[in-house]
Design a protein around this ligand. Structure first.
Ligand code: PEP
Ligand code: MG
Length: 562
């Protein structure tokens, strides 16, 4: 969605610390372990200080990294090496490598933490040596940051005024680095080829939307970058209302992970929260949070939208987001395993306790509160979830449609629940059988794929049928009205957002940063235009052709540089 020209490229690599003092000299085991303990504590305190001054995802990532500095496994392994005669520097270096290997072996979300451990060990070694912590290079002019990978702790605190774009040679599209760069609004290309060979000072052109990096750009790219920067500035902020030219309203909501994100979303004009990823509140927990803890976390989000809607998604643990208290790390195929709503099977009661916490948080709140379950595959699961919501006193139950079976059976599913929200990230990975974390499968993992668009169309058609069959008197005015929204990343692509509206999707939920662009593009077409573009997208034989056909019908994209 964005293009940026870097005047300079500072190639930043994490320093390869070669601990010179292989063996201890003149110090005892006790002295060396004490040095290590003090250095680790200092690093932890420094990271925690940075966490305290951050918000949202950045804060959560920094807190998790700070905890890593005090990780008992890391320190225990390092101490064992010290006892065997190694210096504290060497010990923490090697212990860090062992822990990183183990995390890498676990795969998924745990593998994404590898970079945290490697970052922490570099920081501890620097502290032991009395040297400055490794980090982002500084420059007196804006630059594109090129790196093998960045520690989340560094990504979280990048200054978007100085760093124009981010390119890394490793990392997947769902890695922490990619998620945080998106939250900062930085064009980012991860898993980019040839990044290691770029010399400091090289001029590069980064197209975050196309995922391309070009060295030695010409006048065309240079002009495009300048125009994009001007247009990004002029796009401004979301007014709080999104309407087509003929007055069709499309509520734009925000995807958030916690209270701080929700407050930012409210400031950005979001009309509510379309997806509260509750698992983000508890990623660093190894025991189930109490009902009181959960309720306090959710209440913060409700309080950010006293007059708006908040859609709470129950815990979506598993696959790339394991929660130690819920998921089994040894599953052979976690994306197809006990994840999302299915964790109710392995941990009976976890959903009911969460619903109780949501109901407690809702008590006295003026927010319009809807609740949905992730990874619903059958109408029977939807019925059970609706019963649990009713037992907890929660009036608007819904489901996420992210498994192809749910899209195909939305009519029967929506006979039990009030609304559906399409999670295009997972829907795409499941229908295309392409892991959403893998850079090399990005072309398959594209929500413009004909199969994905067709599943969205079928979901809406099923919902329309269910609405026609609903006994509205029996619904007790609860809300939802069998509506279909989209809360996957597809909603944040302005051209695809128009297609979704044309397909009959009623609300869109996205990162707050995308609101202004999506509203501007939807505001440039009538509902009939959107329907016509949706037809064109559905008729296209490939994702590329669908995107091209729709973009050709939306001249505003060019004008806004989107
Ligand atoms: C999705 O799958 O599209 C979705 C919104 O859920 P998550 O990205 O949290 O899996
Ligand atoms: Mg999902």
């Amino acid at each position: 969605m964005s293009v940026s020209l870097g005047c300079q490229c500072l190639l930043h690599r994490f320093r390869q610390w070669l601990a010179a003092r292989e063996r201890r000299s003149n110090t005892t085991v006790d002295e060396e372990t004490a040095r290590l303990k003090t250095a680790a504590k200092t690093v932890q305190a420094e990271l925690q200080k940075r966490a305290d001054s951050a918000t949202g995802d950045a804060r959560a990532v920094l807190e998790a990294t700070a905890m890593m500095a005090a990780d008992p496994m890391l320190l225990k392994s390092a101490n064992a090496l010290i006892v065997a005669g190694t210096s504290a520097e060497r010990a923490v270096w090697e212990a860090g490598a062992q822990v990183a290997d183990m995390l890498r072996g676990l795969g998924g979300y745990m593998a994404e933490r590898t970079q945290d451990v490697l970052d922490v060990r570099s920081r501890v070694v620097a502290e032991l040596r009395g040297q400055p912590a490794p980090g982002i290079p500084t420059a007196d002019h804006p630059f594109v940051l090129a790196a093998e990978d960045l520690a989340p702790a560094d990504t979280a605190t990048l200054n978007p005024e100085r760093v124009l774009a981010l390119i890394t040679s490793s990392g997947g599209p769902q890695s922490h680095t990619a998620i945080l760069a998106r939250a900062l609004g930085l064009p980012a290309v991860v898993a980019a080829r040839g990044v290691e060979d770029i010399e400091d000072g090289t001029e590069v052109f980064v197209d975050g939307a196309a995922g391309t990096v070009l060295t030695g750009p010409g006048d065309v790219e240079r002009t495009a970058a300048v125009i994009w920067a001007e247009q990004a500035r002029s796009l401004g902020t979301y007014s709080g209302t999104c309407t087509t030219t003929d007055g069709h309203r499309v509520p734009l909501l925000a995807n958030v992970g916690a209270g701080a994100d929700a407050r930012k979303a409210a400031e950005a004009g979001a009309e509510g929260v379309g997806l509260l990823r509750t698992e983000f509140c508890f990623l660093d927990r190894d025991t189930e949070p109490t009902v009181a803890e959960q309720s306090a976390a959710y209440r913060q989000v409700f309080d950010a939208f006293p007059d708006g809607k908040v859609v709470v998604r129950t815990l979506d643990a598993g696959a790339d987001k394991p929660l130690p208290f819920l998921t089994d790390a040894s599953e052979p195929n976690p994306a197809l395993g006990v994840r999302g709503y299915r964790t109710e099977l392995s941990t009976p009661g976890v959903v009911d306790r969460q619903l109780k916490a949501i109901a407690e948080a809702a008590d006295g709140a003026t927010t319009d509160i809807w609740v949905m379950a992730p990874m619903i595959s059958t109408a029977e699961e939807a019925r059970r979830f609706a019963d649990s919501c009713a037992a907890a006193g929660l009036k608007v139950p819904g489901v996420m449609v992210e498994v192809p079976s749910a899209a195909l059976t939305s009519r029967t599913i929506l006979q039990h629940v009030n609304f559906a929200s399409i999670g295009t990230n997972d829907l795409t990975q499941y229908v295309m059988a392409a892991d959403r974390q893998l850079g090399p499968l990005a072309a398959l993992n594209d929500p413009w794929q004909p199969a994905v668009l067709e599943l969205i169309r079928l979901t809406v058609a099923g919902a329309d049928a269910a609405r026609g069959e609903t006994d509205h008197d029996a619904q007790d005015g609860a809300g939802g009205d069998k509506s279909v929204g989209v809360c996957g990343e597809a909603a944040a692509d302005p051209a695809l957002a128009v297609v979704l509206v044309g397909l009959g999707v009623q609300s869109l939920s996205m990162s707050s940063r995308a609101l202004a662009a999506v509203a501007a593009v939807i505001g440039s077409v009538s509902l009939a235009d959107a329907q016509e573009l949706a037809e064109k997208a559905l008729a296209a034989p490939t994702a590329l052709e669908a995107r091209a056909a729709v973009r050709a019908g939306l001249p505003i994209l060019e004008t806004l540089g989107l």
